[in-house]
Design a protein. Structure first.
Length: 181
């Protein structure tokens, strides 16, 4: 069975406000706590025998954790903070729908993961290409550094282009999609 949820701009703004609250609350300042909480959430969801749609989405957080832990990728500064702020949302078990509620507790988390994956699409795409580049072949450090710089530069440019596109649509009076940032 397939159920599709259409989130209104108001709904997306609500989830954006949740992320802003996390950001202001400085939950993402302790990276080790955030990474552990994200890993714990994935383990708890698996142990709780959550519905498949939840397992599928929460499992996608693993890529974000991997992205931050990968010493070769070296995500830093504002780029790193974006991913950490997203993961920090999942630290609070008493979020929109408390995680302890059977069958529903992780629904808001699954929705947030979907929104986050869309917002971080350029980061995810760049990281996946980087992983493909170094997988199965020994690369010289200079070659890795050059590829990392190329992909991270493209990632930032694509993100900026998306932001500028939304801004142009809004100023022209055309309805622009609401983003999480």
């Amino acid at each position: 069975m397939r159920i599709v949820l259409d989130l209104s701009d108001k709904d997306v703004r609500y989830f954006r406000s949740c992320l802003q609250t996390v950001k202001k609350g400085n939950l993402s300042s302790d990276e080790a706590v955030v990474l552990k909480a994200a890993s714990d959430l994935m383990a708890q969801v698996a142990a709780a025998e959550a519905p498949e749609y939840v397992l599928d989405r929460i499992g996608k957080l693993a890529l974000l954790v991997q992205m931050l832990e990968d010493q070769r990728w070296r995500l830093t500064g504002a780029d790193r903070a974006r991913v950490l702020n997203v993961l920090a949302y999942f630290v609070d078990p008493d979020d929109l729908i408390p995680d302890r509620i059977p069958g529903l507790g992780y629904l808001d988390d699954a929705i947030m993961v979907e929104l986050v994956l869309q917002e971080l699409k350029h980061e995810i795409e760049a990281y996946q290409k980087f992983c493909e580049f170094h997988q199965g072949a020994e690369r010289a450090p200079e070659e890795m550094a050059q590829k990392r710089l190329q992909l991270q530069t493209r990632m930032r440019r694509n993100r900026r282009d998306d932001r500028d596109r939304r801004r142009r649509l809004r100023t022209s009076g055309t309805k622009a999609p609401v983003g999480l940032w």
